[in-house]
Design a protein around this ligand. Structure first.
Ligand code: SAH
Ligand code: SF4
Length: 408
């Protein structure tokens, strides 16, 4: 079990970087260039000026991470005042911030309702630091409609797609909290990357939701995140994980071109139908064909196949051999994920020896170090443990989880 240095959820201080949106005013943080232009047109700026101003705003918002129009020193005072009358640069409010002993950080964000009067939704995101990179796991939906039998998010009733701006804002909040903008005070603490000049370098769409069911938002957000004059997280550093929405896989590759991860979890249709029910609609043969023909795929841009290790369910040596056979011919990486238990689940994580045996077979077939180390377990930040505030765990569930973690 991990030593916990700070697991007590704390309410983040209401400083400038986390101040909630001012009632009624829309935020420009997270908008695409096209939407920024539209906002400037709304202000009545002449068309020839709009493009130049949009480029300035882009620089300040995404490259510098400013939270106030007054910091935009090359924008005239008059225009700054007009911008501030109509817009803000507010991010979603951070309601809880937790730091794990291994440096993993988890934030619960409150998204203002899309329609005035609706209730706000909460989403979680997780930052996983390593020595040479920092990966942010972002959510694409509140909840998920897909009900994979081993996933906690799938038990959440409430679902809506996030907007592109809400996805981008997750990255901006993480950079705010980490001080990961040029000239900002960088976060310190155990586990943070020591190589390179950025703390947040990679994005994985592996939080709440099925990204390919929120296709438009995800595609738009990736273009914003990858822009070299802004947040600058290139498409090779952005991975979209899908349970297998086959028709959207080809489209994602052709139109956007990020890295792809597939939640495989089973090598036979019968079992995959049970674990990942979307398999009934798009069975393995179709899924693997979509992978084989995924536009950006190459030996340098391999597809990651995620495989959760469930005791006695999908973890036999025969399964491992079948997995290797199934992926033959696809430039692939295999990621074995120890199952993260949650209260009420009928599954258990495979024993360590079983995982090692499975991983040896995969390793001998030419795939390197395939086991994903669980990160941030002490703050429930691991895969499949994300669940939002709107459906918070009951006190009993929380106790049960702590007991499970302690028993490891
Ligand atoms: N909906 C997308 C992305 C989010 S889930 C997808 O399914 O791919 C990110 C990864 O975590 C998926 O591979 C998912 O199958 C896995 N996962 C879900 N619940 C888990 C759990 N309890 N333990 C370990 N991995 C889990
Ligand atoms: Fe949804 Fe992915 Fe969880 Fe399945 S594993 S329920 S697709 S979040």
């Amino acid at each position: 079990m991990m030593t916990v240095i700070d697991t007590a959820p704390r309410t983040a201080p209401a400083d400038a970087t986390t101040s909630p949106p001012r009632a009624g005013l829309p935020s420009l943080a997270g908008l695409s260039r096209a939407r920024l232009l539209a906002a400037l047109a709304e202000l009545g700026l002449p068309e020839r000026e709009q493009r130049m101003r949009a480029a300035q705003l882009w620089h300040w918002i995404y490259l510098r991470g400013v939270t106030s129009f007054d910091e935009m020193t090359n924008v005239g005072k008059g225009l700054r005042a007009r911008l501030a009358e109509r817009f803000t640069l507010a991010r979603p409010e951070v309601v809880v911030e937790q730091v794990s002993a291994d440096g993993t950080r988890k934030w619960l964000l409150r998204l203002p309702p899309e329609i005035a009067g609706d209730r706000p939704h909460d989403v979680e995101m997780v930052y996983i630091p390593e020595s040479d990179r920092g990966t942010l796991c972002v959510s694409s939906q509140v909840g998920c409609t897909l009900n994979c039998s081993f996933c906690h998010t799938g038990t959440q009733r409430l679902v809506r797609n996030l907007t592109a701006a809400e996805i981008v804002a997750q990255v901006m909040v993480a950079r705010d909290r980490l001080g990961d903008y040029p000239g900002a005070t960088r976060a310190t603490g155990p586990g943070l990357p020591t190589e390179g000049d950025r703390l947040l370098t990679n994005i994985v769409f592996m939080g709440m939701g099925e990204p390919l069911y929120a296709y438009d938002s995800v595609a738009e957000s990736i273009e914003i995140l990858a822009d070299g004059e802004g947040l600058g997280i290139g498409k090779r550093r952005i991975t979209v994980s899908t349970s297998g929405v086959v028709p959207e896989i080809e489209r994602l590759g052709r139109e956007v071109g990020p890295m792809l991860a597939i939640s495989l979890h089973a090598v036979r249709d019968e079992l995959r139908d049970e674990l990942v029910p979307i398999n009934k609609k798009y069975p393995l043969k179709q899924l693997l064909e979509a992978c084989r023909t995924y536009p950006p795929v190459s030996n340098a841009k391999r597809i990651t196949f995620e495989y959760v290790m469930l005791k006695g369910v999908n973890d036999s040596p025969a399964d491992a051999r079948a997995l290797v056979r199934l992926l033959a011919g696809i430039p692939a990486k295999i990621n074995l994920i120890p199952f993260n238990p949650w209260p009420g689940t009928r599954y258990e994580c495979s024993d360590w020896e079983t995982i090692e045996q499975f991983s040896d077979i995969v390793f001998r077939a030419g795939y390197s170090s395939p086991v994903r180390t669980p990160r941030g377990r002490d703050i429930l930040a691991a895969c499949g443990q994300l669940k939002s505030e709107t459906e918070r765990l009951s006190a009993r569930e929380r106790l049960a989880l702590r007991a499970m973690a302690a028993a490891e």
